[in-house]
Ligand binder design. Structure first.
Ligand SMILES: [Zn+2]
Ligand SMILES: [Zn+2]
Length: 360
């Protein structure tokens, strides 16, 4: 047995969990490096106390220690114990709140802290918004979208390797991409499988990292994507363009580009699902006698036959002249609400004819 952890904490083998915790709390406060700046022996003692607590607070390790006098190298800290963080202003009182795993990550994560813990080798989705005219929604269009995003490194073609070098298995995780982490806090044991921070979960690392992208396989650059906006797109709809989002790290899958389409209104037409609604101003005479009139639709002017005796407010349909249905050959209909225009300025001749009509 290298060290007597019980003696270090000043407890006995039969001490309870809470007694061990209490002893640790007291000692770590007393010995805190912030209180004894430059006192090497206090600092060593502080590390020892933490090491002891790290084992004795973990039932499994405690059992192994009681049985074999060591924890059999099962410490997730690789034997170095807590040595790394005593200079970082570690204060047990911090443990009253905050994000534990973040705290631990920043102590043991090898410098990256939060970013490395949540790092995902896949590229993230990128959001964009475009505004198009109402008529462009009818015909569809090709829209160029420019953005600044992570793109595959041109130097290493996204591999992250200096040319001529190759990928090697990550020694940190043995190629699995994940590391098991078991940490103890005053509130008990935290065990989690976390993404390997060295290889970002890919299990491989470049033997020689690419100089342009620093081994990331991607760089932040401006890029332009041509987006096909289909005919019939509606205001507020989002198009997902696969693989056109952020490039992944070292050749990992790219994210998608999500394009939200805003369609500007048109004062002539109102969209109602796949149909279009508008109004038709009809001369009184045409409503009475019937006529062929020109109606403005989203597909251009269309000649429509108005039956004799058409009433104000009547709704007439022109089949197949509404909005195209996205990804199909179907088209909605165009509906017009009839508005009858009563003449107000009559010529002498017109007035005479209306008078004639009255006598009939
Ligand atoms: Zn590169
Ligand atoms: Zn790894």
């Amino acid at each position: 047995m290298a060290k007597d952890y019980y003696a270090i904490l000043g407890v006995s083998k039969s001490s309870s969990e809470s007694e061990i915790k209490q002893a640790y709390r007291k000692l770590s406060k007393e010995l805190h490096p912030d209180k004894h700046k430059g006192d090497k022996s206090k600092e060593d003692k502080f590390k020892e106390v933490n090491e002891a607590y790290e084992v004795l607070s973990d039932p499994k390790k405690k059992q192994a220690y009681d049985q074999f006098g060591s924890t059999d190298g099962s410490s997730p800290f690789g034997g170095g114990g807590f040595g790394g963080f005593s200079g970082q202003g570690f204060d047990p009182s911090q443990f009253n709140g905050g994000d534990f795993s973040d705290l631990f990550e920043s102590f043991f994560g090898g410098g990256g802290g939060r970013r490395q813990r949540t790092a995902d080798p896949r590229g993230r989705d990128v959001q964009a918004e475009v505004v198009i005219d109402f008529t462009e929604a009818v015909t569809g269009k090709e829209q160029m979208i420019s953005m600044k995003a992570q793109v595959a490194c041109s130097e290493c073609e996204g591999s992250g390797n200096e040319s001529g070098s190759k990928l090697v298995t990550c020694s940190e995780c043995g190629g699995t991409g994940a590391v098991q982490r078991t940490t103890n806090s005053l509130f008990g044991q935290i065990r989690q499988s976390v993404q390997c921070s060295r290889c970002k979960g890919t299990g491989k690392i470049p033997e020689k990292p690419c100089r342009k992208c620093d081994g990331e396989g991607r760089v932040l650059e401006k890029k332009t994507v041509s987006v096909h906006i289909p005919a019939g797109i509606d205001d507020g709809q989002t198009l997902r363009i696969k693989g056109e989002g952020e490039a992944g790290q070292r050749g990992s899958a790219s994210g998608d580009l999500l394009v939200r389409v805003r369609v500007q209104p048109d004062r002539r037409f109102e969209r109602d699902g796949d149909d279009i609604r508008g109004t038709l101003s009809l001369k009184l005479i045409d409503a009475v006698l019937g006529a062929d009139v020109s109606v403005e639709t989203v597909h251009g002017p269309v000649t429509m036959t108005i039956p004799a005796g058409t009433q104000p407010g009547q709704i007439l349909r022109i089949k197949g002249k509404g909005m195209p249905v996205v990804n199909s050959s179907r088209t909605g209909d165009h509906y017009v609400t009839v508005d009858i225009v009563v003449p107000t300025k009559l010529s002498r001749e017109e007035k005479r004819l209306w008078e004639e009509l009255r006598k009939v």
